[in-house]
Design a binder for this molecule. Structure first.
Ligand code: FAD
Length: 384
């Protein structure tokens, strides 16, 4: 059966997040963005609303919802601002989800309640200075000594890793060699404040300026053996499955940004005049907006389709990659066109479209570049 309507619960959530984004995020985000400040008060409010617990079971402090609910929330947030949206996306899908999916009962009871409430944030450390796309090339290593993992190495561009409320980073590390000689990569929970765990000053970024991103380094960081997350040697596979889900979330976030561009342009072209007419009367402008709407609509269908397979428990790797590729392209194209439609004002920070333009580019890079998405689709088609 094909039915793209949202049921009452999804629709109510979507509306609640839409109101929050318009009434509470929109008025303050421009200043936070310019000052490159992390939005602590908004994160606290999102925690109270239950957004950080959306896809998790109630027994761990979650809301008992599902991953699609998270996607809807991300879409509505990104329609207004992407820094706030990526803070939620990384907190839930990269920070808490690996523990929820692969953690022991004890790990879940220890970490999830605070992560679900938004009082704490978790981060996900896969990318290293030497490379992100080739995640198997991990150099960070962890050696077992006296029932402790001793971790050495570094990670780059890690979201939510240096806020005042960051409690942990789950890192991938080489823990040995497999019988066939390949690296054995495992995932280990590294609590913030562990001796030898250094968080570099935040990066100066092109976009996502109110989101928190740092390089991390580990020098003989010791954590208990029990901090291994999931099976030893399965860290790489675990992270790849987390990224498949994360791509659907990033697609939803991208759709939100693409929709935000349509919203802003529809408003602006009804007000701005040139050559004696509202610019919305010119067909060249109308066609741009029609194309923006078409891209947003198509990308939304792509992420709904991927999410629907994911929720049914069917393989969704190809659909997730297609959704991420389609939606990040839509975000990039729409933000460029929206900035054009705003003319000189599009280049001013006072209007959100300039911020959308700066925030769109990373969507073609993070959680797998567009080239990596194409590699995944080609592989799923049997091309080697
Ligand atoms: C703001 C921000 C936040 C981030 N947050 C996180 C986070 O929380 N956790 C985390 O682990 N990482 C995070 N990342 C890292 C991000 O996932 C990586 O930047 C991304 O995966 C690309 O890796 P790279 O930068 O090393 O590029 P590279 O892998 O060096 O790629 C460089 C270029 O080569 C292309 N390329 C690589 N291999 C191939 C190939 N085989 N065929 C064709 N083209 C290829 C790539 O597509 C790209 O265009 C973040 C990055 C940014 C900028």
């Amino acid at each position: 059966m094909i039915d793209f309507r949202l049921d009452n619960e999804y629709e109510a959530l979507r509306k609640t997040v839409q109101d929050f984004a318009q009434n509470e995020v929109a008025p303050v985000i421009g200043d936070l963005y310019e000052r490159e400040e992390f939005p602590y008060a908004l994160v606290a409010k999102m925690g109270e609303m239950g957004l950080f617990g959306l896809p998790f079971a109630e027994e761990f402090g979650g809301m008992g919802g599902d991953y699609f609910a998270l996607c809807l929330a991300l879409e509505e947030l990104a329609r207004v601002d992407s820094s706030v949206a990526i803070t939620l996306e990384a907190g839930v899908s990269l920070g808490a989800m690996p523990i929820y999916r692969f953690g022991t009962e004890e790990q879940k009871r220890r970490w999830l309640p605070a992560l679900c409430s938004g009082e704490a944030l978790g981060a996900f450390g896969l990318t290293e200075p030497g490379g992100g796309s080739d995640a198997g090339a991990t150099r960070t290593n962890a050696k077992l000594a006296d029932r402790e993992w001793v971790i050495n190495g570094s990670k780059s561009f890690i979201t939510n890793s240096g806020t005042d409320i960051t409690q942990l980073v789950t890192v991938t590390a080489v823990t040995g060699a497999k019988p066939d000689g390949r690296k054995e990569i495992s995932a280990i929970i590294l609590p913030s404040g562990t001796e030898g765990f250094a968080v570099a000053p935040k990066y100066s970024k092109v976009g996502w300026n109110a989101s928190d991103t740092h390089e991390l380094s580990f020098s003989d960081c010791r954590v208990p053996e029990e901090n291994l997350l999931g099976e030893r040697g399965r860290g790489y596979a675990q992270f790849l499955s987390i990224l498949d889900e994360g791509r659907v979330a990033i697609a939803a976030l991208s759709v939100g940004l693409a929709q935000g561009c349509v919203d802003e342009c529809l408003r602006y072209v009804g007000e701005r005049e040139a050559f004696g007419h509202k610019i919305g009367a010119y067909q060249a402008i109308q066609f741009k907006i029609a194309d923006m709407e078409m891209r947003t609509h198509t990308a939304r269908l792509a992420y709904y389709a991927a999410a629907s397979k994911m929720l049914r428990g069917e393989p969704f790797k190809k659909e997730a990659a297609i959704a991420k590729l389609t939606a990040s392209n839509a975000a990039m194209d729409n933000s460029r066109e929206a900035t054009q439609i705003f003319g000189g004002y599009g280049f001013m920070n006072e209007f959100p479209v300039g911020r959308f333009y700066r925030d769109a580019k990373i969507l073609e890079i993070g959680e797998g570049t567009s080239e990596v998405q194409r590699m995944l689709v080609a592989r799923e088609l049997g091309l080697r």
